[in-house]
Every structure is written in C-alpha cells, then in structure tokens.
Design a protein around this ligand. Sequence first.
Ligand SMILES: NC(=O)c1ccc[n+]([C@@H]2O[C@H](COP(=O)([O-])OP(=O)(O)OC[C@H]3O[C@@H](n4cnc5c(N)ncnc54)[C@H](OP(=O)(O)O)[C@@H]3O)[C@@H](O)[C@H]2O)c1
Length: 352
Amino acid sequence: MSTMSQQKAWMVKSKGGDHEIIMRDIPKPHHGEMLIKVCSAALNPIDWRAQDYGFMVEEFPAVLGMDAAGEVMEVGDGVRDFKKGDRVLTHGRYDKENDHACFQQYMLCKADFTATIPSKFAHEKHAFDSAATIPLGFNTASVGLFGRDLGAGLTPPWKDRSKYRNRPMMIMGGATSVGCYTIQLARYAGFSPIMCTASMENEKYLKDLGAHHVFDRDMSAEDLKMAVRKHTKDPIRVVFDTVSRRETQEAGWNLLADDGLLIVTLEPKVEPGSGDRREVVSTRGSPHIGQNKDFSKETWSQLSDWLKNERIMPNRFEVQHGGLNGIEDGLDMLRDERVSAKKLVVHPQETS
Ligand SMILES: NC(=O)c1ccc[n+]([C@@H]2O[C@H](COP(=O)([O-])OP(=O)(O)OC[C@H]3O[C@@H](n4cnc5c(N)ncnc54)[C@H](OP(=O)(O)O)[C@@H]3O)[C@@H](O)[C@H]2O)c1
C-alpha cells in the first residue's frame, strides 16, 4: 500500500513565498465526500492571488487549486449518486487540512459540488481537461446572475425561461472564463442582444457561444456606449463585469439604466451617488460558502445534463506540461495576462 498511501502535492510555503512539490498522505473521505484521483486541474487567477497575497487562504503552507476533473477512487458515507470509477468534475477549495484543494494527485471533494462527465464525452482524449475548465468559472457566472445574496438574483431559466426574453445584457470581458459561461447562461435565460467586450480575435468564438455583438475591449467608455446604442435602445438593467478593473467597472456603470445592476467579480470600484438607483453587487463564486450552498447544489445537480445537451460548453484549454511542475509557469502567464480565451490545465499524475 506504500505507493497508494502517499501522493505528490504542489504546496506554497508561506504568503508571497515559493512553492515546493511535497509528499503527503492521501486523505480518507468524510460523510458526503469522495476521494478523487485528479487527472486534470485548471488554473485560476485566484491561485496566484492566493500565493502572492494569501487571498482566501486560511493557513500556510497551503495546497491551492479550485478546479479539478478525475476519477472517483472511494466514496464516503451518505453519497448516493456516485460510485468508484465514475469520471467527474468537482469544485475544490482551499482548507486548513489541504485535503480539498486540486493541485495534488488525490483530493477530497464534496459530492454536492461534483458532476459526472457525460458518458458520451467521458472517454474522449481530453475529457478531463475540458471538464476541469468548468467549476469556478461556471459557478461564478451562475451565482453572479442568479444568486440571491451574492448575485443579481435573476430568475434562473430552469424556473422560468420567458422573463428576460429580448432584454439586453452587457458582459465586460466576454472572453474570460467567467465571461464565456455568463454568455451561455444569458443565452439560456433568453437575454437578447447579449453584448460583450473582448479582443476582436475572440469575436467568432464568443458569437459561437451565444454573444450577439462583440465590441473591442480598447474602446473608450463613450465609444462603447455609442456602439451599444446602435444595437439596442432598450434600458440595460444588467451589466456583468467579469474583469472588474476600475476602468471596466466605470465603463459598465456608464451603460446601466437608471435602475440597473452592475455585477463585479472583485472589489467594487464604483459607488452610487445620492439619489442614484443603480446598484453594484460583488459576487463570490465558491459553492462552499454559506450563502451559495443551496443554490449551487441546484446547479451542480443539473450540470451533467447541461453538458450532455451541450447547453454549457467547457472553456477552451491549453495543457501546461510537467505535471504539477507546470503550475508555476502557468500562474506567471495568468499574472502577466498572457492567457486569452482559454484555461491552463495541468496533469498532476504526470509529475516526475
Ligand atoms: N469573486 C469570485 O469568486 C471570482 C471567481 C472567479 C474569478 N474571479 C475574478 O474574476 C476575474 C476573471 O476571472 P477569470 O478566471 O474568468 O479570468 P481569465 O479567464 O483568466 O481572464 C482572461 C481574459 O481576460 C480578458 N480581459 C482582460 N482585460 C480585459 C478588458 N479590459 N476588457 C475585456 N476583457 C479583458 C481577456 O480577454 P481577451 O483575450 O478577449 O482580450 C482574457 O481572455 C479575475 O480577476 C478573477 O480573479 C473572481
């Protein structure tokens, strides 16, 4: 059992510190959990923010990583819908014990925030890579749009598909991971036209996902407003700023109707003035936090079907080679904004 009782993990030693590949015990699943062999883990901007600033990290040394896909190795008590050998995607989290993070060869996952990869894709060559691109981006898009406490509280399309038909939606940053899932959920909810900003080389990809109009991300706020007005005269009540820099928030705020809502993924940089009826909400994508749990259980229970019907398409991806050793370069690429319209993924099992 010696080969199976220990595993390799990518661990950050201290806030702002270096990482090392360490050996650690393979944990046992608790009630409602499973042990997963991580075949593919995707990188997110939060991982470098966690490494550099300790963002979302309870304690160092810390294993990071929130997105994973792999194979169920062991099922804990109380888990009904999964069995050993299932191929799944799951939403990890950083925890003190380091057991639920994804940058390691085996992790624990909550069954509630795990979905099976539909059998029609499960044995395709890159099934795990595609599946690993989904969890955090998708969850942030869905909570941002439909979450009651940490989102816009819109009616989800699986409850009513008629409510937002022919209402415009603006997405600042259509080509971010969150943006690509927001476009698809906005399409599902019937919004039209769905408009977004991006680099123009991503126009076709974003239109394939469901965007109706793509505007150059470098346009000034005023030019953007004029361009948007050519496509809709209707009030824009929802702007989802997936980039959430000061300038994108201000440009999005500038497009909003008098009673509109701006959803941001980082700290709000705009503030309603007195008498202003516009609002801003800062969303949080993790399904593990109290306010998101019930809603996220609802979405995760449907995710496998949405993937099967291609209602939700995973992000594009690029593999960083070297197993867990590929993470540091990948995080540098995210830090330097050298990644466009795709996720970077690693294969922890290939770590030398
Ligand atoms: N609050 C939360 O729980 C939460 C969850 C997830 C993410 N986030 C945050 O949300 C942000 C997006 O995360 P992500 O993983 O979706 O990002 P990502 O996929 O890594 O974003 C990369 C994309 O950003 C786009 N972009 C950069 N600057 C832009 C601008 N000025 N205008 C339009 N597009 C721009 C680029 O689009 P082009 O290639 O088209 O230029 C690029 O494709 C990050 O800051 C992340 O930390 C927060």
